[in-house]
Every structure is written in structure tokens, then in C-alpha cells.
Design a protein around this ligand. Structure first.
Ligand code: FAD
Length: 297
């Protein structure tokens, strides 16, 4: 079967990082992604850098860029103006998010005065600005602030009803948790594509600490796999590639036809994962289901 791939980048902070990002974008272009998305820093801190990166991708490559946009720290008029600039620059795809509180994940979220309160409101606002393709976030393990899994699913439905066409999930390390979520969404009548998000484990300690804050469970098997590898970068890289490739194979066996990779702007790791999973480099990714066991099995 073939996989529709999308790749996520973050906007560079320094000229060095910018060069590295462009080398990464170039190196991963042969994977033929359906779109490449550029994140929007927490608290809206990267607004200009996100815009510059997305506009440059539009102007200088054949890739389809998708700009992440959040509700944080701006009024509806300011956000609508950013969206209009994107449309004028030829950008047709927005990943519409609420964003996390500027004080950090886990702090209490307060809607910005005069701003869009939640992602569903932002989606509705973007629809009024122009005919964007809109992707939204979904949470297989339930968003940490949601009142219940059912209410979180209602929220996903509201975002899709407001005009989003696809959900991209928060990363997870147990494929079964994605499948259970997809089944619940389908049972609740949600028919839009739900694209699994894959986080390569470039740094296990950091991945664990971030997962704790965003509610992604790290299976014991992963702790065992990465134990004792701190001083061995080559072994860590091998473990990261094997873990991700096993996840992809498990997801393919479960019938996914699209995959979003949080690349962390790392060309070599992303390429190695795709190669190990049988994705690309020419044309749409082709992945042969493999008998390997997934990490969460
Ligand atoms: P929402 O859909 O608004 O939901 C947030 C929470 O509020 C949920 O618990 C929901 O159940 C609840 N809720 C929704 N509506 C209501 C209501 N009316 N009343 C009460 N509760 C409600 N963050 C960034 O800052 N920049 C990025 O570029 C970025 N990219 C991301 C990309 C992906 C694919 C994903 C999965 C996440 C990304 N994030 C990004 C993180 C995201 O902003 C956070 O996870 C955020 O906490 C939730 O965003 P959301 O769009 O899902 O919010």
C-alpha cells in the first residue's frame, strides 16, 4: 500500500539553523511529501519566522507548505490579518491550533481578550477569511485539559464541522492507542481522515519529559530499549530508527494511508526512519506490511 506523507518543521532561530533547515527540506523532498508544515512557537513567539519560512517554501520550492497558526496572544483581527497575508503569499493550507499557554504546558489556559478562544473558533474564523485547506489536532490519549475523552471527541467534531478537513494526531508510542482512538472517532460518526503523528525519539529523556506534560504514555518496552544508551549516540540512533520503523509497520498493518512525521528538522534521522520503514524516496511512500512487533505489543 502507499502512504501519503507529511513532514513537520520548526522555524529556525539563527542563520545557522536556517541553513540547516533548508538542507533538511532539500534532503527530505525526495520523499515526496503531500505537504510540509511549519510550527508556530508557543505563545505566538515565532509568528514572523513561521511566516518567512512558509512564504519561502511557497516561493522557492514545489512543496505545498502548511502554516501552523494558534489562538494565543493575538486578537481575532490580528490573526485574520496573518491569515490574509498567507493567502496573498499563495499559502492555501493552515494547521489551526489553540496553542499552549505562554507560561508553558500545564499552566492554566486563558483565552486572549478579543481573540479566538479555542481551535474550533479559529477554524470558523479562517473559513471566513478564505477557502483554506485546514488541518487540526487530535489526541489519541485525550488532551490533558479535556473534561473527558467523550468531550474531547466532541471538540474534534466541532473543529471538523467548523470546516477542517483532516485531523493530525499528537504523537503516541503505542499504535493500539491510535487504533482505539480511530475506532471511537468512527463510532462517533467522524469520517474525516485522522492522520497519525510520529515523533522520532532523538533524545529519550527529553521525549519522556515532554510526554509526561502532554499526556503521551511511554511504554515500558521503550524504557528498556533506551536504557543505558546515554553515552552511545550510534546505538541511540539505531534504537530511534527501529522504534519508529516498527511503529510505522504496525500502523500500516492497521490500515493507515497517511502519516505525519515531526521531523525535528533532522534530515538524517527522518531519512533513516523512512528507509527502514520502506517509505520513498521516489514517488508516494510505499510500505510493505512487516511482521515485526510494535513497541507497545
Ligand atoms: P483545542 O481543540 O481548542 O482544545 C484544547 C482543549 O480545550 C481540549 O482539552 C478541548 O477538549 C478543550 N476545549 C475545546 N473547546 C472547548 C470549550 N468551548 N470549552 C471548554 N473546553 C474546550 N502548539 C503550538 O503552540 N504551535 C504549534 O505549531 C503546534 N502544532 C501542533 C501540531 C499538532 C499536529 C498537534 C497535535 C499539536 C500542536 N500544538 C502546537 C500543540 C497544541 O497547540 C496543544 O496541544 C494545545 O494544548 C491544544 O491545541 P488544540 O488545537 O487541540 O486545542
Amino acid at each position: 500500500m502507499s502512504i501519503e506523507l507529511s513532514l513537520e518543521y520548526f522555524p529556525p532561530k539563527t542563520p545557522d539553523m536556517e541553513q540547516r533547515l533548508w538542507r533538511t527540506i532539500e534532503a527530505l523532498t525526495p520523499l515526496n511529501p503531500r505537504f510540509v508544515s511549519v510550527t508556530y512557537g508557543a505563545g505566538g513567539t515565532t509568528r514572523d519566522r513561521t511566516h518567512a519560512t512558509v512564504a519561502r517554501i511557497r516561493a522557492e520550492t514545489m512543496l505545498e507548505p502548511a502554516a501552523h497558526l494558534t489562538c494565543v496572544g493575538a486578537t481575532t483581527q490580528e490573526i485574520d490579518a496573518v491569515a490574509r497575508q498567507y493567502w496573498q503569499a499563495g499559502v492555501r493550507h493552515i494547521v489551526a491550533l489553540r496553542g499552549d499557554p505562554p507560561e508553558g504546558i500545564g499552566e492554566r489556559y486563558k483565552p486572549y481578550p478579543g481573540g479566538y478562544a479555542f481551535a474550533a473558533d479559529l477554524v470558523a474564523g479562517l473559513r471566513r477569511v478564505a477557502d483554506f485547506e485546514i488541518s487540526v489536532a487530535a489526541f489519541p490519549e485525550t488532551h490533558p485539559e479535556a473534561l473527558s475523552p467523550a468531550k474531547d471527541l466532541d471538540n474534534l467534531r466541532r473543529k471538523l464541522d467548523a470546516g477542517a478537513t483532516r485531523a493530525i494526531t499528537q504523537y503516541f508510542f503505542d499504535p493500539d492507542c491510535f487504533f482505539r482512538f480511530r475506532d471511537r472517532a468512527r463510532a462517533a460518526g467522524i469520517t474525516a481522515p485522522i492522520v497519525p503523528g510520529l515523533l522520532p525519539i532523538a533524545n529519550f529523556t527529553q521525549a519522556c519529559s515532554f510526554s509526561q506534560r502532554c499526556g503521551a504514555r511511554v511504554p515500558d518496552a521503550l524504557h528498556r530499549r533506551f536504557a543505558g544508551l546515554d553515552a552511545d549516540p550510534a546505538a541511540r540512533q539505531r534504537a530511534a530508527v527501529e522504534t519508529a520503523a516498527e511503529m510505522i509497520h504496525a500502523l500500516v498493518r492497521g490500515g493507515i494511508d497517511a502519516l505525519h512525521i515531526y521531523t525535528l528538522n533532522r534530515a538524517e534521522l527522518t531519512r533513516a526512519i523512512c528507509a527502514a520503514a520502506g517509505i520513498g524516496p521516489s514517488g508516494a511512500g510505499r510500505v510493505a506490511p512487516s511482521p515485526v512487533r510494535a513497541v507497545g505489543d
